[in-house]
Write a protein that binds this ligand. Structure first.
Ligand code: PLP
Length: 284
């Protein structure tokens, strides 16, 4: 496996960063995960746009132009044998020798990317869905930034697994559903698709955006509105969406079946629409 680090391509195991990197010491950085299908980067412009927004939010500049990102990421992908892969890409504020929360001026950002093979979602999940518990959302109020600081997400994922579930849907202290630990949430109620509106409580998921677009194209009504646990419990279908898994059907919520207890008809439709759209939405 090959990594890209600060302008160079090198074997993954030889990629090293300084212990003084602010990404390591403070979690002072942002990231993206970009899926690649048939060697083509999926929705690259949308990912680069979100990368830039995350950087702006933490008062950093994008180190590269879109053209530079496109060239280097395609180069990285083409150094690997897999048709379907995903790129992990991280930019941190860089190395600082004296510890201080305040960043020094003119730091050189650390830019890192590597690829993993993208595994298809298992047949058992496609047939039977996943098990979810609801947990209190213990994160901060800037979940719209794709920050590397993922400790709460990790803790909530561990808590979900300890309860025998695959993942968790997060509920704020005011009772509003935000998202999954690494995904956005949709529910289907009476054939209408509902999802929480964009805010500082959730990541503006690229998959969320695509699903809304596909639904519009196929006359499935989408409403962005605040959702609560009662909405989840009354849902006909629940989905979790993310770049590496598309839309996953949730069939058990807090040990109770969701709808029929099997992946629902709208999800099945969306699966085939999504597969078709992958071809038309792909870019070189
Ligand atoms: N929300 C969170 C917290 C995430 O970590 C992710 C992706 O990893 C998503 C939502 C889904 O975003 P995307 O569809 O862009 O992968």
């Amino acid at each position: 496996q090959i990594a890209f680090l600060n302008g160079d391509f090198l074997p993954l195991e030889e990629a090293k960063i300084s212990t003084q990197d602010r990404g390591f010491l403070f979690g002072d950085g942002i990231y993206e995960v970009i899926p690649v299908f048939q060697k083509k980067l999926f929705q690259l412009d949308a990912h680069l746009d979100r990368l830039r927004k995350s950087l702006t939010a933490i008062s950093m500049q994008d180190p590269y132009s879109d053209e530079q990102w496109k060239a280097l990421l395609n180069d990285l992908v083409n150094r690997h044998p897999w048709n379907d892969q995903f790129i992990y890409l991280q930019v941190t504020r860089g190395i600082q020798w004296v510890r201080d929360h305040t960043p020094d001026k003119d730091l050189t950002p650390t830019i890192y990317a590597y690829c993993n093979p993208l595994k298809p979602v298992s047949e058992s999940i496609l047939q039977n869905g996943i098990k979810i518990v609801t947990l209190e959302d213990i994160r901060w109020l800037r979940c719209d930034i794709k920050a590397t600081t993922l400790l709460p997400n990790v803790m909530m994922k561990i808590a979900a697994k300890e309860q025998g579930a695959d993942d968790a849907i997060l509920i704020g202290r005011d009772g509003q559903i935000s998202e999954g630990t690494a995904s956005n949430v949709f529910i289907v109620k009476d054939e209408v698709l509902l999802t929480p509106p964009l805010s500082d409580r959730i990541l503006p998921g690229i998959t969320r955006m695509i699903i809304e677009k596909i639904a519009n194209d196929h006359s499935i009504k989408v409403i962005e509105q605040t959702l609560t646990l009662a909405d989840l419990e009354a849902a006909d279908e629940i989905w979790l969406t993310s770049s590496t898994k598309d839309a996953l059907p949730v069939c058990l919520l807090n040990n109770a079946p969701v709808g029929s207890g099997k992946p629902g008809p709208i999800w099945l439709k969306m699966q085939s629409y999504f597969a078709q759209a992958k071809h038309s939405l792909m870019q070189a």
